[in-house]
Write a protein that binds this ligand. Sequence first.
Ligand code: AMP
Ligand code: GLY
Length: 425
Amino acid sequence: MKVLVLGSGGREHALCWAISKSPLCKKLFCIPGNAGIKSVAECVNIKINNFNSIKKFIKKKKINFVIVGPEEPIVNGIVDKLNKLKIKVFGPNKKASILESSKSFAKDFCKRNNIPTADYKKFKNYKDAVNYTQNINYPIVIKASGLAGGKGVFIIKSKFEAKKTLGDLMIKKKLGMSGKEVVIEDYLVGEEISCLALVDGKNYNPLLLSQDHKRIYENDKGPNTGGMGAYCPLPYLKRNIQNKINKEIIEPTIKAMNKEKRPFSGVLYAGLMLVKGKIYLIEYNVRFGDPECQPLIFLLKSDLLKILNNCVNKKLNKTKIKWKKEYAISIVMVNKGYPGKFKKNSIIKNLNLINDYETTKIFHSGTDLDNQNNIIATGGRVLAVTSRDKNFSNAKKKAYEVVKKIKWKNSFFRKDIGFRAKKLK
Ligand code: AMP
Ligand code: GLY
């Protein structure tokens, strides 16, 4: 197969890395890719939302299979458009992607289909939203309903803060049209876990459960980010939890999407909160998580390309996914200042100082090459240093040892990725 992966993050680097090893892959392209992806795929400099150029490229290179990484092109309908041209694509269509593109839809969907989620109210009118926040208990969570790249969720501790946040979203439009409608929901305290499941419309195959670290600072402090580190599987969870997630979240979601004529195919990402043994859906995403994808892919034993192809061909019921019996962990290194403003184009050195390339891998996100072939940091999230080992603490130790060797002045990373795993061991 000639394969094209769309995207430029650590998630896409991990996907390309695994796909490039598949015997089914004759040639691998990535649009636009990054400095790390270049070592496993031919990167092509086309903007991810330039559908016409992507289409021309696919035709010219006779590509057989397209895998869409990020949510934006999915939500803009790239899967529908490529399907119309009879091109095989992994990812949900526009109608199904509403699970991620509208939090307001997702909450109502959960409610009418008895999928457990935090109680909520939704507002399109600023005054109504502010009025509602005057006489309620805090903390609450205010969410922009539309896509916000992980930056549209605010944990709010007082009515003053609520008013300011609502003003920023609904009046000042700081997140553009994403904030014109907001969801205000109860704040849940518990253990957050990510369940990613491959879905082929009807059948599904859950991947290992993983845990992200959304906040920028240690001990889960500071603003939300796209994700500062992840690990899998979860060393502390009871075996039956996956069953419970399947029965209470994944299966009802797939069934209800079919009932509502929005059949889902691709990766269904359920962001969950475990509260005293009860599971709540916090958010849906319609693609692989980043950074969850990196440790997941690092533990995958089966042929990723074959699995994704089976998923598109609606054969997940005949597909077994095999995993290495180890733990994997990714430490995300970001540009200092992220998720706010940060300096771009600082040089990163020592990326080759890894003791064992079999069990550690650096997946690139926002990287590029300058005109002297130095690797430079161009994005907010820049590297995901990923290690695996039979022992969780060793996996973590290995990853942090590599992080320490990387010479990059403008870097920032959390030193406590995996801290929740410890407490429950
Ligand atoms: P979301 O984009 O909806 O996943 O929200 C981003 C992050 O905000 C989540 O991963 C949680 O850490 C946090 N969060 C969202 N909703 C809630 C909630 N109802 N209670 C507590 N934390 C939440
Ligand atoms: N790691 C969170 C996400 O991919 O949305």
